[in-house]
Structure formats: C-alpha cells, structure tokens
Design a protein around this ligand. Structure first.
Ligand code: DGL
Length: 265
C-alpha cells in the first residue's frame, strides 16, 4: 500500500499545478493524474453534472489502486467533495484543495481578504463557510473571474492582454490584506497578480498547501512511499494537441499525456 500511487484529478489540466507541487515535495510518490478535458470547464457546470463526472473519475482511480485521491480542482472540491466522501469513505480517503489553504489563511487573522475563482466556486460560498468555521473574524470578498481560465489556457498569462484583464478584475478589490487564487489554473498568473498589488498583499494559491496536506496525511497514516515503482501517468478524457501543449505549461516540464475516456460506453 505504501508504494501505491496517489490519484489526482481535475476538470482538465489546471490541476497539474497541484500535481507538480506534490511531486516536487515528495518525488518518491507515484502519481496517476486524470483530467476530464471532455467536460471542461467544470466552473460553469451544474452541481449534478460535476458530482456525476467526479464520481466516475473516483471509481476509475480506485480501480487503479491509488492510496489517496486529491481533487485538484476548486470547482469540484466546492460542489462534490462532501458527496464523494460520503459515497466512497469506506474505500478511499478523498481530499479537496479548499481546506488546506483556508487552514493557513485562518491563522493569519486577516481583517479582510479577497478571492477569485470560477462561477461555481464563488456561487457555492464554500470558501466563506469553511473560513467562518476556522476563523469568523476574517471577512472574505469573493469575485467570479470567468475570463481567466480560457485566457490562461490560451497561454496568455503575462502579456498586455492578460495584464488588462487581471487589472479590470482586481481593481474591484478594496483594502484587502490577501488574495486567494481559488482555481488551480491561477498559479500561472500569480506573478501578474503580485505585480498588480505591487507586492503589498499576500497572494496564495492551493498547490503548496495541498502538497503539505497530502504529506501530513501520508505521514500520519504511515503511507509515505518507500520507493517509486513505475512512472507517473497523465490521462485525459479527450486528447487534442492543444492539451499536450498546455500540459507542459501547467506541470512545468514535458509530460506524456494520453487519452483514456472513462465516460465512453
Ligand atoms: N481547475 C478548475 C478549478 O480549480 C477550473 C477550470 C474549470 O472551470 O474547469 O476550479
């Protein structure tokens, strides 16, 4: 069991930012990544569909013999995490990206912070309610920023157009001490966000907090891998050349992405 892989999934390839952080922190761990590019974007889907797609992926990952499942997608973590945990708790541990970041945020005792994410994540108000559980003092202003995912996927993360779009959205925040990047695509624009705020506020994303959370869980349960048996696997439900290009952009190095459509009848 210790050497079993970690299953990680996302609506597409943004979750590779989380996979990368996990792999950097624990290079001995083997990863099986599943990106549901067929149903991308989750950020604009109904809860019912996100739950249905996520459950199919969880079942696939369980069949691959993973020791833990990470939902590397805020939209799926916000809408489907509780449902998936309830449904599969006897078979597998499932962890979402929201709590690890919020636990760290809660300790800072900020008065006011901002958040950007998909429509689904913002409308779910899950960040607000979990933060309230950990620290009722911090006030959270959440803004849906739907143009950012397609923009980043197009590779526009530090040009004049992306700077303008980021400026338009972020100008709406007043007097915040931190901004949460509540979408796994957003680490790619982190530098532009920091620049927009002239380095005066904290800018946080899910990836490193999630990796720390995974490490703590594996340590606590004596599940840290002793040696890496086999290669990481990166699968998507629908493969196009564009995805191959963005995969290396999100993971930070060339990776081999193959199609495996678990949704085909
Ligand atoms: N990666 C997803 C998230 O973290 C955003 C992409 C999508 O909308 O599917 O919410």
């Amino acid at each position: 069991m210790k050497n079993a892989p970690i299953g990680i999934f996302d609506s597409g390839l943004g979750g590779l930012t989380v996979a990368k952080a996990i792999s950097n922190l624990m290079p001995q761990e083997r990863i099986i990544y599943y990106g549901d590019t067929l149903h991308l974007p989750y950020g604009e889907k109904s809860d019912t569909h996100i739950k249905e797609y996520s459950a199919a992926i969880v079942e696939y990952l369980i069949k691959q013999g993973v020791k833990l499942i990470v939902i590397a997608c805020n939209s799926a973590s916000a809408t489907a995490a509780s449902y998936l945990r309830e449904k599969y708790h006897e078979q597998i541990e499932i962890r979402g990206v929201i709590r690890p970041m919020l636990k760290a945020v809660a300790q800072k005792n900020y008065a006011q912070i901002g958040l950007i994410g998909t429509q689904v994540t913002v409308q779910s108000e899950v960040y607000t309610s979990i933060l309230n559980e950990y620290n009722p003092i911090t006030k959270l202003n959440a803004l849906a920023t739907p143009l950012l995912v397609p923009m980043i996927e197009e590779g526009f993360n530090k040009n004049d157009i992306s700077k303008e779009v980021i400026k338009e959205y972020l100008s709406q925040f007043k007097d915040i001490e931190a901004l949460l990047l509540a979408c796994t695509h957003y680490p790619l624009i982190k530098k532009s966000v920091i620049d927009f705020f002239e380095n005066k506020i904290d800018v946080m994303d899910n990836a490193d907090f999630m990796a720390q959370d995974v490490k703590a869980y594996l340590e606590k349960n004596n599940l840290l891998s002793i040696n890496k048996e086999g290669e990481d696997e990166f699968k998507v439900s629908d493969y196009t050349k564009t995805f191959a290009k963005s995969a290396s952009m999100f993971f930070g190095k060339e990776i081999n992405v193959t199609e495996h459509n678990i949704f085909a009848l």
